[in-house]
Design a protein around this ligand. Sequence first.
Ligand code: ADP
Ligand code: ZN
Ligand code: ZN
Length: 752
Amino acid sequence: MMFIEVILPVPLSDTYTYSVPEEMQNSISPGCLVLVEFGKNKHYSGIIASIHQISPVSDFEIKPILAVESQSILRRPQLRFWEWLSQYYICKQGEVYKAVLPAGFRTESSSKYIQKKETFVNLTSLYLEEDNLSKAFDSLKRAPKQEKLLLAYLEYSQAFSSKDCKEISKKELLEKSGLNDTALNGLVEKGILSCYEKEISRLKTYFHELQPLNQLNPLQQQAYGEIVRSFREKDVCLLHGVTSSGKTEIYIHLINEVLKLNRQALFLLPEIALTSQITTRLMQVFGDKVGVYHSKISNNERVEIWNNLLNDDGYQIILGVRSSIFLPFRDLGLVIVDEEHETSYKQQDPAPRYHARNAAIVLANMHGAKTLLGSATPSLESFHNAQTGKYGYVNLEKRFEDTELPEITVVDIKELKRKKRMKGLFSPLLIEKMQLALNNNEQIILFQNRRGFAPMIYCKICDWMPKCKYCDVGLTYHKKYNQLICHYCGTTYGLPTVCPECGNEEIRERGFGTEKVEEEIKKLFPETKVARMDTDTTRKKDTFEDIISDFEKGKTQILIGTQMISKGLDFGNVSLVGILSADSMMNFPDFRAHERAYQLMAQVAGRAGRRQKRGEVILQTSHPEHLIIQSVLKNDYQTMYDAQMEERQLFRYPPLYRIIEITLKHKSEQLVENAAFALATDLKTVLSDRVLGPDKPVIGKIQMQHLRRIFLKIENSASLSTLRKILEEKKTALLNKPSFKYVVLQYDVDPV
Ligand code: ADP
Ligand code: ZN
Ligand code: ZN
């Protein structure tokens, strides 16, 4: 008998055993998709993890697979990588499978992969003869629209003579000629043109001529050499290069070398917003060798990219966001993680809650590839690894063409507020500098790390604050919709005119978001074109790129945004950056708040004055002497790092300790409270003071589920497999108690 272990999108066990009927035995191998029955009358596609002859000892009947759906759609070492992911991030392989495989491959999804078809128009063979074609034109004298369409066809098919006519898309022909189906049908009936459907690829192709690589300047050349040397000894290298030092150019040179060896490169970016600028640059150099993978491409495109990579002559470079680490690479030689400090590399929900930077390093190892991490403001984790010698370290301190780093001026807004000299959200200095920049036809970026109008509203008399009834979290006021919105679940609420607690009519706003910045700016500079970039304005496909491209082209003068605008965008004409409130970032209740605040401020500051001209940054804060503000001011990463590391050591935080967050969820608050207490107590018997909590998280309720959280702070040197065993054991013990049977447990390893 032949048995297989199948990975199914069911989070109960890692794999499930099935038998293989005689007639299918020749067509299976690991990585094949098979159709199986699971439970009663439920059908799933699953992936074969392994094949064996061992009859399982089980009370359950072993069912045969129903069909083999496709040949192997995985490449080595993907299954091994899945296994690693599920073990490290404490989840089931089925959860990895669900996250990894494009929905188009899976039977439980309704959207199976559909081939894209398009109608094409071509000249029929008879009229390829020049003489016949002239006759055709003669015959069309009394059908001017058909004549016009035929001419348009010849023009757009770019034929010099009728012999090299080629097919063109019907849609394009009709659009460009401004004619309709009737004219086309006339020509088809006369047998002059033919129309037919064809399967086409959704993947974009690059038509322009390739550009040669830019020459690296001496400093870049030196950094390049140091990276190559470090790769001889170490698998990972951190490139710490100030904004605009030309890290992208160095990446391109490294990729070029890898391609010469016929190996592949993976270029990771934290966010889709960044892909368009870098896609353009990579395509100029590498053309069609580049495939782009991000969250806004369709399911069908995902399947096409996946299939493309299964071909041995598929893409050689993949540029993409975190999920591209799951693609079936043939032979990776290099992984680049740009802006490696970005938290969007971490997957929050659902499982696997992986960190793409860390997972990419593991993947690279499995391929025998090297990993380059790039950032102007490295994560403490990576910088620590560089300091201890685990990673190589290369520093690039000068901007390309020696443009100076921007001049930062700190403005004490507490003082100004006291003297009533603030104009709304703006200090007099910021307004003056903005006016100056606008007069010079230069552009401005304003940064406020909160969207919406006001983070909070409250009653002036009784301090009542509106909260989401599902999530126990304060609501944000959005003026445009005149609504209160929960940023966790999206539920909207009307704005109360009187306080529901005390009936008072004075409801006040506290704090401010990008929407309010926009409103005030429009009042201050009514003539100026302003754009706002945050998750509210960029929800639709392409709006992101539109906002960026309008700003690049100078159609907008002022760009207001959240952390979205801090990320690696390269604008030529921005002379001024305003950071409206540094304090709200530094006060965030998170042990990484100061590291983040430093990174965000240094990154947005880096958007100022990128080419030739020195930029200016106005940094508004109530705490001008704060160490973080001072480190930003002096571009002093090391001081920030040293101070932070002291705290991390003191409070046992990463990168010196590993954190695992256990979240328990249940509808009943009392029940989840009891369960969390029981689990924490049980864990403490083994792990003692490494266990913290249970606590009610800042947001104690999400979508009707009450939450409790247990933190584990574990020494880096501790064995993860032992720890996992302890966790599994205690979890089983908890869920075996009948009253806790329906409590949901989640793990987040290395949360960010
Ligand atoms: P970083 O990624 O370090 O912020 P970029 O790679 O975006 O910097 O480079 C900043 C700007 O300088 C870009 O417009 C880039 O095209 C230009 N640049 C950098 N290095 C070179 C080079 N060697 N030759 C030509 N242009 C360069
Ligand atoms: Zn009140
Ligand atoms: Zn909510």
